[in-house]
Design a protein around this ligand. Structure first.
Ligand SMILES: CCCCCCCCCCCCCCCC(=O)SCCNC(=O)CCNC(=O)[C@H](O)C(C)(C)COP(=O)(O)OP(=O)(O)OC[C@H]1O[C@@H](n2cnc3c(N)ncnc32)[C@H](O)[C@@H]1OP(=O)(O)O
Length: 216
């Protein structure tokens, strides 16, 4: 469904988020069309000119490197431009995350733009999905934290254009360290783990957090 056709926004913030998601949705469609097209070069040149013209409309005031978008809730909440869950980021599938009894579960379908081997997901994309979901599991457990170690096992190729489920859960904590596991399966075969992950996250001490995120 086109993101612009969702329910009427209730606040300015909702309105802004809806507009951001609408643009992200259309850009994802553009990215998908771009990596699939077999259209001739003259059409590609024409489209390139049009995209350049559109881009120039978005280059007024831009946020700085450390600025947290006003539409976000950081840490542990909405991230409109996350490369994994952000509806406003055309790089994101985006993954829809829901808490479950045992951690968090993400749902998404990856496209040809995320391909590694033909027909299958790039291994780095799988790592990104798992890293993000394991980060959400830390936040859901009340300890927003950053990855310090991430180990993956690729048991089977992950198909593109196939609904996927990414699961992550905290298995233990030790002071500021959080131990997390994760997996990717298809929605259709939830018992067959295609990728599994083990990670250590660390909640930065307050002084370190202030230095890393000065605008928080
Ligand atoms: C405002 C609050 C914000 C909170 C947090 C925000 C979260 C925001 C969400 C982002 C959305 C998610 C996205 C997906 C998750 C990423 O992608 S996060 C990005 C990738 N990760 C990084 O860039 C982290 C790089 N590392 C660092 O900057 C620093 O290591 C950290 C994480 C800030 C920790 O620094 P620190 O607070 O000075 O901690 P430090 O004293 O060095 O170590 C603490 C403990 O961890 C252990 N440790 C350190 N490294 C390792 C390791 N590789 N293996 C095992 N143990 C280790 C240490 O040995 C120490 O243990 P003890 O000696 O106490 O037993």
């Amino acid at each position: 469904m086109n993101a612009r056709h969702t329910a009427a926004p209730s606040t300015d913030l909702d309105h802004q988020r809806e507009a951001i998601a609408g643009l992200g949705h259309e850009l994802r469609a553009l990215v998908d069309a771009t990596v699939r097209t077999v259209t001739p070069a003259d059409v590609l040149h024409r489209v390139t000119d049009e995209v350049r013209r559109l881009t120039s409309q978005l280059t007024g005031r831009r946020r700085t490197r450390t600025e947290i978008p006003h539409v976000d809730e950081f840490p542990g909440g909405i991230r409109m431009f996350s490369p994994v869950t952000g509806p406003g980021n055309p790089l994101a599938p985006p993954v829809r995350v829901t808490p479950d009894g045992d951690g968090v579960t993400g749902h998404c379908t990856l496209g040809i733009a995320h391909e590694g081997p033909p027909g299958y997901v790039h291994g780095g994309m799988s790592a990104m999905l798992l890293d993000e979901l394991m980060g959400w599991a830390c936040s859901a457990a009340g300890t927003p934290a950053m990855t310090v170690s991430l180990q993956l096992r690729y048991h089977g190729p992950v198909p593109v254009e196939t609904p996927l489920r990414v699961h992550a859960r905290v298995t233990g904590t030790e002071a500021r360290k959080v131990f997390v596991t994760g997996s990717i399966t298809t929605e259709a075969d939830g018992d067959r783990q295609l990728v599994t992950a083990e990670a250590v996250f660390v909640a930065p001490d307050p002084e370190r957090a202030r230095a890393l995120f000065p605008e928080r």
